[in-house]
Design a protein around this ligand. Structure first.
Ligand code: NAD
Length: 295
């Protein structure tokens, strides 16, 4: 594989080995980190994300269990599942797979999760703590991007990072984390979105571009300056009759087009995706450690 490629699978595997080492002292004290999953409905993409997360738990040695509710589940039923996990001493982290079939329920469901078990880092308490630079469960995709940059020798420290996308799960938390004065951040940040007039004007000035728009070919060669670092968060299905499933996954970046210009780039798949899952495991182990320390 080219040296330019920041390989999420390799970096994630390295982090998972570190997590396995952190499990040993917990297990000596009889603590097995546990993740409680809530999955509502039978959306195939959500099902496959949950399966991937549960497999990753198994691989590292984290216990996982799942509550599956048929859609459309009443709000109270989803809240009951969350409250049950909140009370369960064997569950240290709670994951409600989003999107819920009824997106209007999401805010209330997230708010019902005990912030000390909020391993997705979406609870308002954790988001507030993150922005203030206090200890918090960090949202998995932004944290995964930062760990990947650090471990690939591409620290954002002192560099100009241009982010495309302002969602609550990727762009905005990432922008906030990058502005913090710590080993993962200390960058100058520009956050672009659909209201940005001339996207290319901004991306051409970036030392590091993070694309999280959810649209193929959002970043093309003319938008990237020589030597830039490109992180592609996007996961988009495009029709491909040559594939057994009839589609393939591509990112937001024209990978082949920008490749010769960049100094480093993440592939899709195999870039940010494995990092996101690993950061969920990381938060679950951390939640168990915190619980154990509190006694
Ligand atoms: P979203 O749809 O909630 O947000 C997309 C953002 O991009 C919006 O804020 C919008 O303003 C901006 N945007 C869209 N087109 C744009 C354009 N042409 N110019 C400027 N801004 C534009 O999406 P999301 O949940 O943040 O996810 C973004 C992408 O990342 C999706 O493809 C998603 O599948 C992927 N994703 C991947 C992972 C992973 O682990 N690899 C995790 C989360 C999301």
């Amino acid at each position: 594989m080219s040296e330019k490629i920041m390989d999420g699978k390799v970096i994630a595997a390295e982090m998972r080995e570190e997590l396995k080492k952190r499990l040993a002292p917990l297990k000596e004290k009889g603590v097995m980190p546990g993740l409680g999953v809530v999955l509502v409905g039978d959306d195939p993409a959500s099902r496959s994300y949950v399966t991937a997360k549960e497999r990753a738990c198994q691989d590292v040695g984290i216990h996982s269990q799942e509550i599956r509710l048929d859609a459309p589940a009443p709000l109270e039923e989803i809240l009951d599942a969350v409250r049950g996990y909140n009370r369960d001493p064997d569950i240290h982290g709670i994951l409600v797979q989003l999107p819920l079939p009824d997106a209007r329920m999401e805010a209330e469901v997230i708010a019902a999760i005990d912030p000390d078990k909020d391993v997705d880092g979406f609870h308002p308490v954790n988001i507030g703590r993150m922005i203030l630079g206090l200890p918090a469960f960090l949202p998995c995709t932004p944290h995964g991007v930062l760990q990947m940059l650090k471990r690939a020798g591409q620290s954002p420290n002192g560099r100009h990072v241009v982010i495309i996308g302002r969602s609550n799960i990727v762009g905005r938390p990432l922008a906030n984390l990058l502005t913090l004065k710590n080993e993962l951040g200390n960058a100058t940040v520009t956050l672009c979105h659909t209201g940005t007039g001339d996207l290319a004007h901004h991306t051409r000035q970036a030392d590091i571009i993070v694309a999280a728009a959810g649209r193929p070919h959002t970043v093309t060669a003319d938008m990237v300056r020589d030597g830039a670092v490109v992180v592609d968060v996007g996961v988009n299905r495009v029709d491909d009759a040559s594939r057994p499933r009839g589609y393939r996954l591509v990112g937001d970046v024209d990978f082949d087009g920008v490749f010769d210009k960049v100094s480093a780039i993440t592939p899709v798949p195999g870039g940010v995706g494995p990092m996101t899952i690993t950061m969920l495991l990381y938060n679950t182990v951390e939640a168990a450690e915190r619980k154990q320390q509190q006694g």
